[in-house]
Design a protein. Structure first.
Length: 387
């Protein structure tokens, strides 16, 4: 199960999450990814200690760096920089999230590298893009993706402070975008023989994430109102609590189609002809009253009881509000391939799978994340042996 990218040679010069996530996805899909690290290592090797897990347990780093080979190079020396260029001359893909000015100082910017290897697909994820006044501004995804792109504001209830982003959300989605762009560029190279520069940014990824809202403002000048649970215009598109304190979300987006199944599920068929609720406009006008009544009804049964009722209605769309523990015991999560078992000697390590499957060229992670510099000697020997 070598994957669709078997035979693709990639070099990664990445730190923390966004660049390594893109490299990790390529590695999951079968590419041979050589991760260049400084003598001190990718700073993400500290995640385990930062999370209080100890020096030998580092789940975030494992997620983004499994199946790679680690090579230590001191890019502060001419020898280290020249060796990095040798790697890139032998590669199909370069993945990085180092700031452009730093890459230029190292002689690893696109123009310099493309002059040595014009067939290389050079993929870079930045904070804010390659052009403009903030092109070289430092950024983590909390800054460029979450805060500056408008996501935090859109998720803030009026009068509240912004919520905190969970770790790596923007980094991982940006990594997936860069991996997809790299694959598209490889398709183009197969046709033309030429590599190219492909980019994405945390800022652009954040804007695309909320493009439903942003494009509405762009094209109409109007903002989409931020709903509050107690007054949602469409009470069928809302979350409610059960007798055992569990929450679930009704996803009745089609206001005419999804209203009758809700009435049947809660035992209120008379609402179909009640002039307070019989039309979408009436339900919006009386939303506070309707939501309060639904709150009372849903509080009379447990989630398990409601689940059985809901699943009896083919056009009733809903989902539980799961905790992480709920996700990990959800049979559907496992059936959908949410966990991958990474070989580790005679054993295997369960990890979250990257979210794509290939039925013609199935992929499987090959090994856990490498130790710092674990493959330096073998990679250098192979490189020098090929010259």
């Amino acid at each position: 199960m070598s994957g669709p990218l078997e035979g693709v040679k990639a070099v990664e010069l990445g730190v923390w999450v966004a660049g390594p996530a893109a490299g990790g996805i390529l590695a999951d899909w079968g590419a041979d990814v050589v991760k260049i690290e400084p003598p001190s290592g990718d700073p993400a090797r500290m995640w385990g200690r930062m999370l209080g897990l100890g020096p030998d347990v580092n789940p975030p780093f494992e997620m983004d760096n499994r199946s790679k080979r680690s090579v230590v190079l001191d890019l502060g020396t001419p020898e280290g920089r020249e060796t990095a260029l040798e790697f890139l001359c032998d590669a199909d893909v370069f993945v990085t999230n180092i700031r452009p000015a730093a890459l230029q100082r190292l002689g690893l910017d696109f123009q310099a590298v493309a002059a040595r290897n014009p067939a290389l697909v050079y993929g870079i994820v930045t904070g804010y893009g390659l052009e403009g006044p903030d092109a070289d501004r430092p950024a983590y995804d909390v800054a460029a993706f979450w805060a500056r792109a408008g996501i935090a504001d859109l998720l803030t209830r009026p009068g509240d402070t912004p919520p905190f982003q969970r770790g790596g959300m923007g980094d991982h989605s940006s990594g997936m975008t860069l991996a997809a762009a790299i694959c598209a560029a490889l398709v183009s190279r197969n046709r033309t023989g030429a590599g190219q520069l492909v980019t994405t940014s945390l800022y652009r990824q954040g804007a695309y994430t909320v493009s439903f809202d942003l494009n509405t403002v762009l094209m109409s000048g109007q903002s989409i109102a931020i709903g509050q649970r107690e007054t949602m215009n469409n009470p069928c598109m809302n979350n409610y609590a059960t007798a055992d304190g569990r929450r679930f979300w009704i996803v009745g987006l089609e206001v005419t189609r999804h209203w009758p199944p809700l009435c049947r599920a809660v035992g209120r068929p008379e609402w179909l002809t009640d002039n307070r609720f019989d039309t979408p406009r009436a339900r919006a006008a009386n939303a506070t009253e309707l939501i309060a009544e639904l709150d009372r009804i849903f509080a009379t049964r447990t989630l398990a009881e409601w689940s059985e009722i809901f699943d009896g209605e083919a056009d009733f769309f809903w989902a539980p509000v799961n905790t992480l523990d709920d996700v990990l015991v959800d049979d559907q999560f496992h059936a959908a391939g949410g966990v991958v078992y990474v070989p580790d000697g005679d054993d295997s390590i369960p990890m979250v799978a990257s979210p794509a499957d290939f039925y013609g060229t199935p992929a499987q992670p090959r090994c856990p994340a490498p130790e710092l510099g674990q493959h330096t000697d073998e990679v250098l020997a192979a490189l020098r042996g090929e010259r």
